[in-house]
Each structure stands twice: as structure tokens, then as C-alpha cells.
Design a protein around this ligand. Sequence first.
Ligand SMILES: [Zn+2]
Length: 401
Amino acid sequence: MQRELIRYRPVVQGIILVFLCLIPLQAAFSSYSSTGGQSTAVSLRDITVTPLSNAATITFLVTGSVQTVVIEKKGTNVAQVRMKSMKATDKALNSALPKPGVISVQAHIERADVLVTDVRFKREVTSMSVIQRTSEKVVVRISLGKELSASEQQSGNNSSSEPSTDWSLSTIVIDPGHGGKDPGAIGIGDVQEKAITLSVAKKLRDELKKSMPGVNIVMTRENDSFVEIYKRGEIANKKKGKLFISIHCNSMPEKPHPATGFECWILRPGKSDDAARVASRENNAIQYESNRKKYDTLDAEIAILGSLAQSASARYSEQLAANIRSAMKRKTPLADRGIHQAGFYVLVGASMPAVLLELGYLSNQKDVKTLKSTSGQQKMAKALAEGIKNFEKGYAESLGD
Ligand SMILES: [Zn+2]
């Protein structure tokens, strides 16, 4: 099997560069500086914003030399600092204390290892510069202009295409697993995973349109077509998805098999045999793709992401999985097999809360009936929609803090 796909290779220099190419960095940033050193991750310890008379400083305490610091003014009153090859705990990300003149400080890890910090001021941001950079700290100075009205303070939003600061669930991406020349798992009675995933995905789309009107629903495929795995995450990012649901069905090599029930998977280092089995089977879809070279990069991303289990997206992914799990338990006859973690390619490309679902076992007599029947699919779609809806409620509350 392709178990090596989810094993963590050491990150080599160069991969970071390839990885960076995926982000339109140069085009987006007004200032760029790099020391070009090694690409080992530097830990963030603390963020402090210090207001001065007509300026402010943002001090990042770090352990090691930060390779790349990018500063940019976003909109009227937001100063954004991006640092490459970083890791941070939730505690460090949320370490900034409220200060006069500062509306908010939001820090998160994006694209595996990019620390993005947005500081929103009550005054206009006129210029920014990195004034100090040692192996212990990075200090950015922000010059501030005129005081803004309350509405200007909030409306001075960033115009970036990066899915960084706007966390409202404006766009939900549904990813029906497999398709076209990739049938996915083949179950009892030769039922194909790709057909079930598409059918449930369409029903989920229709449910979400009813229960969450105004939310944009994006499908990574709408018919029996083949979509490369990396493209699925790319579609999600391009469409500015705020939530990513990948739908799959489980199967055992032996049919029929007693294994039964649904599983929710999130992106984390996969250690158990079960995790290795599922991840290797789902990642196997890449055998149908012609350009497999790009997955060397994705492999590295999995390794990096795995070490960033504390990132904001990972936390929200867990909450999303928990909400879906409880709705599936209540609304479907499928047994609950819990929440698991593994390194799935399809989840890696999407920089948003993401969950991969294994709806049930195509190799199980009872599961396959539910998976194949219209009423069973309807129940699953309703459960998924309810899970997403409940997640949204908690999400909105947590963001309102
Ligand atoms: Zn699958």
C-alpha cells in the first residue's frame, strides 16, 4: 500500500520555496524582506502591541531567527504582518492584550506555517516598517494618522484575496470524493463510492440552500468527472470557501465485512493503523493523476500541518466534526465510529476548517442499504446540513468575542 504517503519526511529546503509559489506573495505585499537562512520553524512566544503618541509597535517574541517578514497595510486601519516558517500555540496566538487605540489583534497560522497577524487600529495606518529583528524578537513600527469614525474603523476592511480575516460562513465547499476514472471504493453489488458521494453531496447542497439561505455553496464536482485532489483544495481557496466538507465512503477489502458505521476525519498526524489504512486508501486516488510530482510538496505540507495541530482552523475543524458527528448519530441509522485524525491530501489544500467524512461501509450489508437508498441519502444529507448549521451557531458566537 502507499503507506509512505502519510509518513512525515523531513522538510527539505526548496520545498518551502515551491510551497511559497502557491501564494501570490510578491504581488500582494508592499514590503518584503528575507535573510534567506535555514527553513526550520521558529516558535512564536508572545505578541505585544504598544501604543505610542502618533505610532505603535508590534513586538513578536520568538525563539530563533525569523526567515521572512512581510508587512502590509490592509484597507485604512489594519496593519498586517506575515512571517514564514513559523509555528505557534493557541496561547501565543492569543497573547496580545487589549490596548488603547487598538480595536483588535488577530493572529493565526495560514498555509501550514505562515503566521498572519492583523492589528486593527482606531486611527489610519500611514506607514509600516520592521525596526528590529533578532533571534529573540521582531519589532514592527506603525505610523498612525487621523482618528477614524466608528463606521470607518470597521469598514476599513482588507481587500486581500487571502481567506484570512473574514471568518463568516459565506461560502461552503462540498467535495464529493472521487469521480470519473476514479471510482473510489467498490462495495457489495459493485456499488461505486463515487456515485454515492456525488448523490449525497447534491442532497446536502439542496439542504444547505434551504437551511442557510444566502450562503454560497460550491461543489468541487457536479457530475461524474475526474478532479485531481490538489484541485479540490484549490477550488475551495479560489472560491473563498470558509468551510470544506469532503464526502467519502469506507470499505474493507473483504466483502461482506462486519465493520460498520460513519467516521469523521480531521487533518492531524495519523498514527494508528486504522488512520494509515483510511488515509492511504483515500490518498490512493492520486494514482489516476498524471502529474504526481506536486504531491511531494503536499507531503511536506502534511508534515508541517501535522505539527500545527493548535492552529485556528484545526480547532474549528474539530468543532465542525463534533457537530456533524452528533447530528449523524441522531438522524441516521448508521453506527458512530468517532472522530479520527490523519493526513489526507484533499484536506491539506484547503486553508479553512475542513472535515472528511466516511459515511459508512460499502462492504457492510446493512450500511450499503442506507448508502444506496434515496431515503438513507436524504437522512445523511439532512444530518450533515444540521451539523454544519449547529457549527455555524457556535462559530458565530466564538467570533463575536
Ligand atoms: Zn473515498
